[in-house]
Design a binder for this molecule. Structure first.
Ligand SMILES: Cc1cc2nc3c(=O)[nH]c(=O)nc-3n(C[C@H](O)[C@H](O)[C@H](O)COP(=O)(O)OP(=O)(O)OC[C@H]3O[C@@H](n4cnc5c(N)ncnc54)[C@H](O)[C@@H]3O)c2cc1C
Length: 322
């Protein structure tokens, strides 16, 4: 007994655990976004820290559900040892909202067809469908480990991403202090995918719809970031955004900048630290677009790389690595 008490003192509750949940409702927000609200008794303890809190969603195997999915902290090692046909697919998503009192969690899925298990599942999600969420435990002292937005004390914040980053950007915007300043630039598949989000008055929010279904990711985002950086040298309010400026910058976009590279890092999240008077940039979305934006901000715009968090959320032509 004494030993187990001592162990529970030195060993904190794990940051993440598996929550069983079922779809309470699925709401089509726009042509390419569906908000799935999960409910379940276990969600009473789900972490509420918000921002860009990431989770893993585990999808059922037809006819077997979650019978084979390993329990416990060491689930990943055990999962890898299973035969391929008994390994549940899982993918990484962002918590859009948590309502512990109602035992509910919202996740916004960007739909991209039936190519991947997550998008295919979300497009058909309906009340009662079961799913496992590997997410933060509110009772753990380390419940914020899955949060990468760590700006420290800065004057200006730049949030930039594609539709997969829209849920994180919206959640961050809603939690920024009222006196925050900066911009949120969010590229989405079509004009009908513009969502409503509350943001501090000093943060310019621009939804950037791609020109067509065949347009490359980054088509609007890359020029918009360049445009914002150019305007940010003077007070933002003095120079309203223009699509013409964005289009001009688009012409300067080289194919090489959007090229896929295997040898470049796809993820770097600096530790939060005080950068008085500086800008903190948070970039997430398709990996080649995000790495090119990071390169631009560090090499051309002169930001210290410790001011730039960049996250390749997905890679064109590749399923998420499991
Ligand atoms: C920390 C983190 C947070 C994330 N949060 C969210 C979120 O809240 N909402 C969200 O929608 N996504 C989010 N993503 C991205 C999501 O995990 C990927 O898009 C994932 O690949 C989707 O899985 P899938 O099973 O649909 O496709 P996969 O099986 O992984 O991929 C199949 C094919 O689809 C392509 N593909 C994947 N995603 C897209 C896309 N969006 N558009 C076009 N093609 C694509 C791949 O390149 C591949 O060719 C997040 C990723 C990370 C790492």
């Amino acid at each position: 007994m004494l030993t187990s008490v001592a162990e529970s003192v030195v060993r904190p509750r794990p940051a993440y655990r598996t929550f069983r949940a079922a779809v309470a409702r699925a709401e089509r927000l726009s042509p390419h976004f569906v908000r799935v609200t999960f409910a379940g008794e276990e969600l009473a303890d789900f972490g509420t820290a918000g921002l860009d809190q990431r989770v893993k969603l585990v999808f059922p195997i037809e006819g077997r559900g979650f019978a084979d999915f390993p329990a416990g902290e060491d689930w990943y090692r055990a999962w890898r040892e299973l035969p391929a046909d008994r390994r549940n697919a899982f993918r990484t998503y962002t918590v859009r909202a948590v309502r512990p009192g109602r035992r509910e969690v919202d996740v916004d899925f960007a739909l991209h067809g039936d190519l991947g298990p997550a998008s295919a599942w979300a497009a058909r999600a309906s009340e009662g469908d079961e799913l496992l969420i590997i997410g933060p435990d509110e009772r753990s002292p380390e419940r914020t480990v899955g949060i990468d937005f760590r700006p420290g004390a800065v004057d200006t914040v730049l949030l930039a991403g594609d539709e997969t980053a829209a849920p994180a950007i919206c959640a961050i915007l809603e939690q920024l202090p009222a006196d925050a300043s900066g911009a949120a630039l969010i590229e989405v598949p079509s004009p009908a995918d513009v969502l409503q989000v509350a943001a501090p008055e000093g943060v310019e929010v621009r939804w950037l719809a791609r020109s067509s279904a065949d347009a490359v990711h980054g088509e609007r985002l890359v020029p918009a970031v360049r445009d914002w950086v150019a305007r940010a040298t003077t007070p933002i309010d003095d120079r309203p955004a223009t699509d013409a400026a964005a289009d001009a910058s688009a012409a300067a976009l080289s194919a090489a900048e959007l090229a896929d590279g295997d040898d470049v890092p796809l993820w770097d999240v600096p530790e939060g630290r005080s950068l008085d008077g500086a800008c903190y940039a948070w970039l997430a979305g398709e990996a080649s677009v995000i790495t090119s934006l990071r390169r631009f901000l560090v090499r051309d715009a002169g930001l210290d790389r410790r001011q730039v968090a960049f996250m390749g959320y997905w890679r064109r032509g590749r399923a998420e690595l499991e």
